[in-house]
Design a protein around this ligand. Structure first.
Ligand code: THU
Length: 140
């Protein structure tokens, strides 16, 4: 288990509450698998999102990418932590595509909190979720 960058207990409470509440906004008529997410920006804002599915299944987007895309277009570039909430136990971890998407905007020490349907979490760093990753510095 990770020993991630510390965020305050209050930040973690807000992060988890927002991610869990965001599950209610999921558009998932095909899978009925609700995913909510929330990211804490370096400036202290909490931005949420949920999965948005599509009748053409591969077109659907995961909660993590909806959330981070929303944060990026709102002007945020640096982040402290991400929470992902599902109804299963243990909580789901980000899919491979989302791990690469998250990596674009985070360092290997960045913590990802994964909440199950009862509000319990496990936390891992991006370095653990996506080791030896290809990041922006590799292209420049
Ligand atoms: N999903 C996410 O939103 N995030 C994850 O980490 C795992 C999967 C979504 C995609 C799809 O809408 C549904 O969950 C089932 O795969």
């Amino acid at each position: 288990m990770a020993s991630p960058n510390p965020i305050t207990a209050q930040e973690l409470t807000t992060l988890s509450t927002n991610a869990i509440e965001a599950k209610a906004k999921a558009y998932c008529p095909y899978s009925n698998f609700r995913v909510g997410a929330c990211i804490l920006t370096a400036s202290g804002e909490f931005i949420s999102g949920a999965n948005v599915e599509n009748v053409s299944y591969p077109v659907g987007t995961c909660a993590e990418r909806v959330t981070i895309g929303t944060a990026i277009i709102a002007g945020h570039k640096k982040f402290k932590a991400l929470a992902v909430a599902t109804d299963i136990k243990p909580g789901a971890s980000p899919c491979g595509m989302c791990r690469q998407f998250i990596r674009e905007f985070t360092e290997p020490s960045f913590p990802v909190y994964m909440y199950d349907g009862e509000g319990n979490y496990k936390v891992m760093t991006m370095g653990e979720l996506l080791p030896n990753s290809f990041g922006p510095n590799d292209l420049r």
